[in-house]
Write a protein that binds this ligand. Structure first.
Ligand SMILES: C=CC1=C(C)c2cc3[nH]c(cc4nc(cc5[nH]c(cc1n2)c(C)c5CCC(=O)O)C(CCC(=O)O)=C4C)c(C)c3C=C
Ligand SMILES: [Fe+2]
Length: 444
């Protein structure tokens, strides 16, 4: 039984801010209208286009929330743009040996991604009006659904550059970023190879799960013969936020998660910790403006966790369960005081999660988290196969993510309740310009 902390602090009122959200009003575009041949949405996108990174191109006029994001921009959408509530993440292996076929598929994916994010069908004909002798160019399950703030974010895994046998299938080995290597095996990893790695990844985030699934399904359909889905993961209930105007969401341990995340309005922090700069890796200049994505599928032993006293749970995390304040006091967004002593040791325990991952114990490193809860059924013993699908965008995985994950694996009291079952690292190319395909600079 661990130490019991002093009484809880009151919840902090969120500081309202509209950071990361576009302000102009537009109409609410509908996929149905687009499928009926409406050009209104595309017109709206064209008019509102040209937003900087984090491009929202249409707003819900009632609530001021962006409903449509633009695929094109300095950075890909789905990183610093506001986090949606649902995820479908997929990793693919390339099955063709042809570089040209791979490029052609990326072109097709880019065109489809633009359409899908606008709430349009994946192909120009649509699910129900094509040639009866041909498969439709859209699968149809999103008919009538709005764009739902869909973002599609594409990445390249280390094996795209040099495969597991060391073969340079696509003449890309010379352009592999030095930091793009398979993540090391961390202490306590229990990885399932069928939930790890991949040549390519696509992160689909949306407010409606059917929209996210529809997008991944159609990209897989378009890629048939060129790529094969290696694994995929559904997520719900975002466990982080990139905006400051909303209540911090909670993970399946019941704690607020994302309090100290990097937010969309922190331009200097994004430049320092998220976006790759042209000087970072001169041999991989195509990645400038992009990022790296660390992926970890983390099973949470929630049945065991649920039997721990509240005081112990709070000490594992280092924050209160109610308001999310540091155990050293203050409000949710107060900085923890790691030097504050309690009757039996530091008030923020040495093995508490937030102490171990805090920038002050990691050489100043911060990461942009964008993870989701998951529940994938239950085991024969009646335990939920549940956890956190952890997604973190970083500028330098060797300096930011790997030491943090090592510190956690070595010393974090929470580790007793975690099992890491999937792992991957991807290079996330910068945003494409209109007329380009995603990742084009890598191939030119
Ligand atoms: C290697 C990086 C991290 C992993 C893996 C990770 C897993 C993980 N985290 C929680 C719950 C919380 N994490 C919180 C904060 C937090 N976590 C990381 C990194 C990893 N977490 C960072 C960098 C931070 C922010 C630290 C800071 O700057 O103060 C919190 C507190 C609230 C918050 O700030 O978000 C919680 C709660 C779980 C349950 C988990 C694995 C399942
Ligand atoms: Fe964490």
């Amino acid at each position: 039984m661990r130490r019991r902390r002093s009484p809880d602090e009151p919840d902090e009122a969120s500081e309202a801010s509209e950071a990361g959200e576009a302000k102009d009003t537009g109409h609410r575009p509908s996929r149905r209208a687009a499928l009926l041949g409406g050009s209104g949405l595309l017109g709206a996108v064209g008019l509102a286009g040209g937003f900087a990174a984090g491009q929202a191109v249409a707003d819900d006029s009632d609530e001021g929330h962006p409903t449509v994001f633009d695929l094109y921009g300095t950075h890909q959408p789905g990183i610093s743009t506001p986090v949606q509530d649902r995820l479908h993440f997929a990793a693919f292996d390339v099955t063709t040996a042809s570089r040209d076929e791979l490029i052609e598929m990326l072109r097709e994916w880019t065109k489809a991604a633009e359409r899908l994010m606008h709430g349009d069908s994946a192909g120009p004909v649509g699910p129900t009006s094509g040639d009866y002798r041909m498969p439709p160019d859209d699968t149809g399950e999103a008919i009538g659904l709005p764009p739902s703030r869909l973002t599609l974010t594409f990445g390249f895994g280390p094996s795209l550059f040099t495969d597991e046998e060391g073969v340079d299938r696509f003449d890309l080995a010379g352009r592999r970023p030095t930091m793009l290597a398979p993540l090391p095996h961390f202490p306590e990893d229990a990885l399932d190879p069928e939930r790890s790695n991949g040549d390519l990844c696509v992160q689909a985030c949306a407010d409606d799960p059917q929209v996210a699934v529809h997008a991944i399904r159609n990209l897989a359909r378009i890629g048939f013969g060129t790529v094969r889905m290696r694994w995929s993961q559904l997520g719900f209930g975002k466990t982080s936020s990139t905006t400051t105007g909303e209540e911090t969401p909670r993970n399946l341990f019941g704690f607020k998660d994302g309090t100290m995340n990097i937010t969309a309005d922190e331009d200097a922090e994004l430049d320092e910790h998220v976006w790759v700069s042209p000087e970072d890796d001169p041999g991989a200049d195509w990645l400038a403006g992009g990022s790296y994505l660390a992926v970890r599928r983390i099973n949470m032993r929630i049945e065991t966790w649920d039997r721990q006293p509240l005081g112990a749970q709070e000490e594992f995390i280092g924050r209160t369960k109610g308001g999310g304040a540091p155990l050293s006091g203050g409000k949710e967004h107060s900085q923890p005081d790691f030097d504050m002593e309690g009757s039996t040791g530091p008030v923020m325990p040495q093995d508490s999660h937030v102490r171990l991952v805090h920038p002050s114990h990691n050489g100043g490193a911060r990461i942009l988290r964008r993870g989701y809860n998951f529940v994938d059924g239950s085991s024969a013993l009646g335990d939920l196969d549940a956890g956190l699908f952890f997604l973190a965008y970083v500028r330098d995985p060797d300096r930011q993510f790997i030491p943090m994950q090592n510190a956690m694996a070595k010393s974090d009291a929470m580790m007793e309740y975690l099992k890491f079952t999937g792992s991957a690292l991807f290079a996330i190319p910068p945003g494409a310009r209109k007329g380009e395909y995603i990742g084009q600079a890598l191939f030119t």
